[in-house]
Design a binder for this molecule. Structure first.
Ligand SMILES: NC(=O)c1ccc[n+]([C@@H]2O[C@H](COP(=O)([O-])OP(=O)(O)OC[C@H]3O[C@@H](n4cnc5c(N)ncnc54)[C@H](O)[C@@H]3O)[C@@H](O)[C@H]2O)c1
Length: 447
């Protein structure tokens, strides 16, 4: 089946590679000429486990092509996926300019029936806007104009496991009232569901809202646990014991109830915000969503606050050297959008502290975001980052940070102070080994 995808970011590139892997004939189109030129010589714009192999194989086999040529992309696909960014506008609502630009491009070049698929995360009502944008361009064309349908097909992949999520989806949500469009969408996804059909059909608006509801629910779980963790810390309880205690209830479950230093990434922060703005545009208050966002903002400052308190106030951080392990917003990705590490590092620089940072894959991205920052050193490995540091702060729970060589750490960092935003270690063991150890939702250990 011939498929075109607009946008070759985390969603577009993973979707394109996986659709090609299953046998479809895919053209990925992006307006960024550098991205396309790089992809055409095998250089990927993002780091995602398993993606390079898939892109390489399908590119060489000719099922996956990369292009800047919008007309060619529109001509190619029976199904046209829109997978461009929907960043927050000034008021926090989703900025639809890129989505609508693609809609207009498709309308300008289409000569036969197309299914236009919103895969970007877009507010309720966007399919209508995309339809209107296509209709407006078609209305200016002379002669017969082709028919089209707009479908909502939100994407649920997780960065760090995106390829696996796409190849083995737990659900495919299709929002459409058109039988013709639904039949084509079935052709797209059937090969991924040989075991059993996991398609959930619904109306367009419900599909659009489903994506926001899913992300808002996940963000709510995180903020809830962070709030309880902060309470536990102040009440002399241990959040890790509480976590197990509540997770054992199948109505709650163990998934996604880890306390930490706040959620980041390109989705939860902007989607919670955008859902709140959608509500306020129709005059409806969303106090729960507002609280989820506020709790998260506060949580992202918690590591800095713990560090500052330990040293007797933020002014005492002036001239200190702080090692930071983990820069991406979560493990197995190089995505630093809204990462808690950024909140921490920026607060440390503001206080006059130096940062020695290490991340297994996000170093290039860090250098791109903070080029030549005078208070930032990017270290070659996790131990090098500790050299002479006054403290280590852990922001991301990469596997390689879970069982480090504490003797090696002590040699590099005689200060023996760890602020752990991911609760990777046991406080009692840390105390026995003579470490000062501050984690989230558990009593601080100081020696
Ligand atoms: N990143 C995720 O984990 C994830 C998961 C599910 C859904 N989403 C949603 O998917 C959408 C895309 O997210 P992303 O993280 O892949 O974004 P991204 O920023 O990584 O990529 C977007 C790409 O679109 C390109 N683009 C912009 N305008 C274009 C145009 N007119 N024609 C062609 N290409 C154009 C950009 O150059 C960029 O390469 C967003 O709405 C996001 O909320 C993201």
């Amino acid at each position: 089946m011939k498929i075109s995808i607009f946008g070759t970011g985390y969603v577009g590139l993973v979707s394109g590679a996986c659709l090609a892997e299953i046998g479809h004939d895919v053209v990925c189109m992006d307006v960024d000429p550098v991205k396309i030129a790089n992809l055409n010589v095998g250089v990927l714009p993002i780091w995602e486990p398993g993606l390079d192999v898939l892109v390489d194989r399908n590119f060489k086999d000719g099922r996956l092509r990369f292009s800047n040529d919008a007309a060619q992309a529109v001509a190619h696909g029976d199904v046209q996926f829109i997978a461009v960014g929907t960043p927050p506008d000034e008021d926090g609502s989703a900025d639809l300019q890129y989505v609508l630009a693609v809609a207009q491009t498709i309308a300008m070049h289409m000569t036969n029936y197309k299914v236009v698929v919103n895969k970007s995360t877009v507010p309720v009502g966007t399919a209508d806007k995309v339809s209107a944008a296509i209709g407006a361009v078609l209305a200016q064309r002379t002669g017969d104009v082709p028919a089209f349908d707009v479908v909502s097909n939100p994407e649920f992949l997780k960065e760090g496991a995106a390829v696996n999520d796409f190849l083995h989806p737990d659900r495919i949500v299709i929002g459409s009232a058109s039988e013709r469009a639904k039949a084509l969408m079935a052709d797209v996804y059937e090969p991924f569901m040989r075991n059993h059909d996991r398609t959930i059909h619904m109306d367009v608006r419900s599909a659009e809202l489903t994506k926001y509801a899913a992300n808002a629910m996940l963000a709510t779980k995180i903020s809830f646990m962070n709030e309880v963790a902060n309470l536990a810390e102040r009440l002399g309880a241990d959040i890790e014991q509480v976590r197990k205690g509540i997770g054992s209830d199948p109505r709650i479950g163990y998934h996604f109830i880890y306390p930490g230093c706040g959620y980041g990434g390109s989705c939860f922060p902007k989607d919670v915000q955008a859902l709140g703005r959608t509500a306020s545009q129709i005059g409806y208050d969303t106090p729960l969503l507002d609280a989820v966002e506020a709790v998260n903002k506060r949580q992202k400052t918690t590591l800095f606050t713990k560090l500052a308190n330990h040293f007797g106030g933020p002014t005492n951080l002036q001239g200190k050297t702080i090692a930071v392990w983990g820069l991406s917003f979560k493990p197995k990705t190089d995505d630093m959008r809204e990462a808690p590490s950024r909140t921490l590092m920026e607060a440390l620089w503001e206080a006059g502290a130096k940062v020695q940072a290490f991340d297994p894959v996000a170093m290039t991205e860090t250098a791109r975001i903070y080029p030549d920052h005078p208070l930032l050193t990017l270290s070659v490995d996790k131990y090098a980052a500790l050299a002479g540091a006054d403290a280590l702060v852990i922001c991301t729970e990469w596997q390689q940070f879970r069982a480090p060589d504490f003797d090696e750490m002590e040699l590099r960092m005689p200060s023996k102070l760890i602020v752990d935003g991911r609760n990777l270690y046991q406080p009692a063991k840390m105390q026995a080994a003579g470490w000062n150890y501050l984690s989230v939702g558990r009593a601080a250990v100081t020696v």
